[in-house]
Ligand binder design. Structure first.
Ligand code: G6P
Length: 367
């Protein structure tokens, strides 16, 4: 019965709207009385403290979650992290040993490339855990433990709610590991958890503004190119926004670190190019504003995704969509939702088969 569209035109839209619940369910499954319980990873505090290095492997959208995981883990847990596209991992001789932790991220738990990466890590006797949405799937069976996301079945080929729950799961794991390592005190952990627990409500606020993105889609659905820019922890969200758009609308889109634009993609900017820029209020704010000005001065059309209250943006960008203010580590979850909706509305207006885009499969079980 859960495999129905419930009145939505597409599974993808339904799943975008299910995100508040999916995130809430994921948190609820791991937090009890203000304490994070992650027995499901099957690694003792002693084993966790011994980890010298973390490798995160994944494909597609899950790979973007992995990139964000690196930012979170290095910042909150002071552990070096490498991120690999699963199909590249075992062909580059990564330096794994028994003090390495490999985290495989996969919605389906059946992706052949990710399974291949796990097999390689097993051979090196590394610890292996997964972040997965499907109970009992192949990847969970090859891992020592699994942090389950509780997104429920994801039918739309383009991943949405699985991604945002992966980010919530990664954040919980960081708080857990950071606490065990003595890097995050109880008070800080409680404060961060509270911020995470408010995310579903913030996501709802964004979903209520979906019509603004529908209107933006009206303006841009005939374009043949898009550029997405972000910095720091939101650079992977630029990649994810671009991926969503290409997957379902077949528009060519590129995600780029905003500071790197001047080394290449700036050559693409003209008055027909929409540029989506992610603008959190953090220490990189001034830098991203200056990147935005570089786009504007070359005639590019700026669509800013900014933080509520940032009035400065209104006069600088051509279009602004606001998301509620949150902790920096949680901005990726909120920024990604408007990008999913923008891609969705554009694809629908182009008459594309949103739930089953050409050439793509929900889970890819061949290498
Ligand atoms: C396929 C899907 C993508 C997904 C990727 C990884 O390519 O079309 O949406 O992100 O596989 O899937 P996984 O199940 O491992 O997260």
């Amino acid at each position: 019965a859960s495999i129905e569209k419930n009145g939505y035109d597409h599974f993808m839209l339904k799943e975008i709207y299910e995100q508040p619940k999916a995130i809430r369910d994921t948190i609820k499954a791991k937090v009890c009385n203000g304490k994070i319980l992650l027995d499901e990873i099957n690694l003792s505090p002693k084993e966790l403290r011994k980890i010298k290095k973390v490798f995160i492997v994944a494909c597609g959208t899950s790979y973007h979650a992995a990139l964000i995981g690196k930012y979170m883990l290095e910042k909150l847990c002071l552990v070096p992290v490498e991120v690999d596209i699963a199909s590249e991992f075992r062909y580059r001789s990564p330096l794994l040993d028994k003090n390495s932790l490999v985290i495989a991220i996969s919605q389906s738990g059946e992706t052949a490339d990710t399974l291949g990466a796990i097999a390689y890590a097993k051979n090196k006797e590394s610890k292996i855990i997964s972040i997965c949405n499907v109970v009992g799937s192949s990847i969970t069976r090859c891992s020592q433990g699994t942090i389950y996301t509780h997104a429920g079945p994801e039918i739309g080929v383009a991943s949405t709610k699985a991604f945002t729950t992966q980010l919530a799961a990664l954040y919980l794991f960081c708080l857990y590991l950071g606490s065990i390592k003595g890097l995050i005190d109880q008070k800080t952990c409680k404060r961060c958890l509270k911020a995470l627990e408010k995310i579903p409500e913030d996501a709802d606020t964004i979903l209520k503004r979906a019509s603004e993105l529908d209107e933006l889609a009206n303006l841009f659905y005939k374009k043949s190119n898009f550029l997405y820019l972000g910095r720091g922890i939101n650079y992977p969200i630029a990649l994810e926004g671009a991926l969503k758009l290409k997957e379902i609308s077949y528009i060519h889109a590129e995600g780029y670190p905003a500071g790197e634009m001047k080394h290449g993609p700036i050559a693409l900017i003209d008055s027909s190019l929409p540029v989506v820029i992610l603008i959190p209020k953090n220490q990189l704010y001034e830098k991203i504003i200056s990147n935005m000005e570089e786009v504007k001065s070359r005639g590019g059309i700026v669509i800013a995704i900014a933080i509520e209250g940032d009035k400065n943006i209104i006069e600088k960008a051509d279009h602004v969509f606001y998301v509620p203010k949150v902790l920096n580590e949680l901005t990726p979850i909120l920024f990604t939702i408007p990008l999913q909706l923008l891609a969705y509305y554009i694809a629908v207006k182009r008459g594309c088969d949103v739930d089953k885009p050409r050439n793509l499969a929900k889970s890819v079980t061949v290498e």
